[in-house]
Design a protein around this ligand. Structure first.
Ligand SMILES: CC(=O)SCCNC(=O)CCNC(=O)[C@H](O)C(C)(C)COP(=O)(O)OP(=O)(O)OC[C@H]1O[C@@H](n2cnc3c(N)ncnc32)[C@H](O)[C@@H]1OP(=O)(O)O
Ligand SMILES: CCCC(=O)O
Length: 451
């Protein structure tokens, strides 16, 4: 037994033992996405009656967190998430989850400088390696920052977690860890593989034709960016690169199709760069010990200046609504938080700044809500909804009816361009709103009469 194994044995405790370090009033940070702790969450929930005013900070938990469910009155635990998953939304609907707004690239800096903890870090990792390191696996965005700030660090080991090579800040050494808990070794969450619709395919085609050999890709979260990636895999393009915050199945398809070499990148040449991964078992298997990929903290991947250093950086992100000024809402419907800003602002801004870069916001022109069909291009964002990308930053907007570039355009031009890619059933109504908003000119009117 080497000295790290001895130290492992000394620090290994049950989950119930480990969570005893939490005190009333503490902030507890959970690791993110597919790495959200399970057994530590359950053990903390069991301590409900001994604790008051404990705040939990998570990111996109892919199962309903037990601390939130354990305490509907929230005297003991308050659960917060800086990016809502479906499970987080369900909790929010019951009044059991609160959102922490933020720009993704700023999160590590905010945490390191923050007055609000975290006091205790609960981080899911790979098993320890022979040199004494636990790897943060597919979630590296700000796990290191959390550990830097926390009074106590507890790792929950999952034997199924792939070892994701960095970059930097992708691991923590046993000497820094206070307690080790062996988890249930559940398989990592798998994103369901939903076949693309005809609308998705039309939007994808409009974006694919904008991409050139040597372009460097970012694909955002949601069905549409993944479809676009898969279509690129069937294209004639070559020497694509990856600089993304999210690593998803589409990148693996592209890689296996031989489209990705990273040879034309200016930084991290030959590496597929990301800060977290969410996909299926095939993707997690691909990432394990794979030197073709490099995971980094999010203040590197999403730093606007870093994004801009690769030429032809392409950002492809999905939205919920866009108003006639071009303000993009991608994270809420009115007061209902759907997800978060994540890196959508960072990549939209950074890709436009890259030489030859382009930033796309894409969405279907309509959405079925209950038995109603609503337009996603709207006169105004649903009241109290959130602007994820301001009109000053947005570049291309794409629906199945076309793509428009809003950069530098006047308000009346924006209204005209956006209405031109709205679903035809909603165009007349949108024109009436544009008139009331005084962003419809005589020129526009002539155009509308002509069509
Ligand atoms: C972590 C990261 O930062 S990744 C990098 C980029 N980051 C981002 O783009 C962040 C912001 N973007 C996003 O969160 C996503 O791309 C989204 C939400 C815009 C789209 O994601 P998808 O998974 O394709 O969304 P989907 O269509 O399934 O809708 C998600 C929810 O919003 C609801 N929704 C979407 N549009 C509407 C609408 N117009 N009216 C009412 N509800 C709506 C859906 O009903 C669903 O809610 P439910 O599951 O609770 O019923
Ligand atoms: C995924 C976004 C998380 C954050 O902004 O903190």
């Amino acid at each position: 037994m080497n000295r790290y194994q001895e130290e492992y044995r000394r620090k290994l405790v049950s989950a119930d033992e480990a969570v005893k370090v939490v005190k009333s009033g503490d902030w507890v940070a959970y690791s993110h996405f597919a790495m959200t702790p399970r057994v530590l969450d359950e053990a903390l929930a069991r301590r409900k009656d001994e604790l008051f005013d404990v705040k939990i900070r998570g990111v996109c938990a892919l199962h309903p967190v037990k601390v939130a469910l354990a305490d509907p009155e929230q005297k003991h635990f308050i659960y917060n998430s800086s990016f809502f998953s479906g499970a987080d939304r369900r909790l929010q609907d019951e009044g059991l989850a609160y959102h922490i707004p933020g720009l993704y690239h700023e999160a590590p800096g905010i945490l390191r400088g923050n007055h609000d903890g975290p006091d205790v870090a609960m981080i899911v990792t790979t098993p320890m390696d022979e040199k004494g390191f636990f790897n943060f696996s597919v979630s590296c965005s700000y796990e290191r920052a959390v550990c830097d700030k926390a009074r106590t660090i507890i790792v929950e080991v999952n034997e199924n977690a792939p070892r994701c090579l960095g970059g930097f800040q992708e691991s923590i050494h046993i000497s820094e860890v206070d307690y080790i808990v062996e988890g249930n070794n559940e398989p990592l969450f798998e994103v369901p593989n939903i076949p693309p619709t005809e609308v998705d395919k039309k939007i994808a085609r409009l974006i694919v034709e904008e991409i050139e050999d040597g372009s460097c890709l970012q694909l955002g979260i949601g069905g549409l960016p993944n479809t676009i990636g898969k279509m690129l895999a069937e294209s004639d393009l070559k020497d694509l690169g990856v600089h993304s915050e999210m690593m998803c199945n589409a990148f693996l398809d592209l890689y296996e199709a031989g489209k990705i070499t990273g040879a034309r990148k200016n930084i991290d040449r030959f590496k597929m760069v990301y800060t977290f991964a969410l996909g299926d078992a095939r993707l997690y298997e691909f990432l394990h010990n794979n030197p073709a990929c490099a995971i980094y903290p999010v203040d590197y991947t999403n730093d606007i200046n870093i994004i801009a250093r690769n030429d032809k950086q392409i950002a492809i992100n999905n939205a919920i609504e866009i108003d006639l000024y071009g303000q993009v809402c991608s994270e809420s419907v009115g007061v209902r938080q759907i997800s978060g800003t994540g890196g959508q602002f960072d990549f939209t801004f950074g890709a436009y700044r890259s030489r030859g870069g382009k930033a796309f916001i894409c969405m279907s022109s309509t959405k079925k809500v209950g038995d109603r069909v609503v337009s996603r291009i709207v006169p105004m964002i649903t009241p109290l909804g959130i602007v994820t990308v301001p009109r000053t930053v947005v570049q291309y907007v794409v629906t199945e009816y076309g793509k428009v570039n809003l950069k530098g355009k006047s308000t009346w031009q924006r209204a005209e361009l956006l209405i031109s890619i709205a679903h035809p059933d909603f165009r007349e109504e949108l024109i009436k709103h544009a008139e009331k908003m005084k962003i419809w000119t005589r020129t526009n009117k002539k155009l509308s009469l002509a069509c």
